[in-house]
Design a protein around this ligand. Structure first.
Ligand code: ZN
Ligand code: ZN
Length: 126
């Protein structure tokens, strides 16, 4: 059984925007297998130079950013990676991604922003 790397309780499988992911009902963190989220992360990184509306994004507590987390699947220590100002945890073994609640909101907000401004981004990216 997969367990939350923060609360160590069992993760529950949920439908997250059409994709099955594992979520912790206590801290609302979400574990993504390698897949759809990675494409969002890449998209966000690609256009990371564009200012996002930071006031819409929940601030993550500093102590949470420094926490060492272990992958729910294989127990590997996850690596911190910064994406448009948000620190997310990626497993070097299986490439799974752990997001706490604030990080999920931040990435979804970035994704929405990118989709709304796609024409602008296409020009910037060329
Ligand atoms: Zn949890
Ligand atoms: Zn892993």
């Amino acid at each position: 059984m997969r367990k939350c790397p923060i609360c160590t309780i069992e993760l529950v499988e949920i439908d997250f925007h059409g994709q099955m992911v594992d979520r912790c009902n206590t801290c609302q963190g979400i574990y993504f297998d390698r897949g759809e989220l990675e494409s969002i992360v890449h998209l966000v990184e690609l256009f990371g130079q564009v200012d996002l509306q930071e006031q819409e994004i929940d601030t993550i507590l500093e102590k949470e950013k420094n926490k060492q987390l272990c992958c729910p699947v294989d127990g590997e220590v996850m690596k911190k990676r910064e994406v448009v100002g948000e620190v997310i945890d990626i497993c070097p073994q299986c490439q799974g991604i752990w997001l706490d609640n604030g990080e999920v909101l931040a990435l979804k907000s970035a994704e929405k922003h990118i989709k709304q401004n796609l024409n602008l981004y296409i020009r910037l990216g060329s």
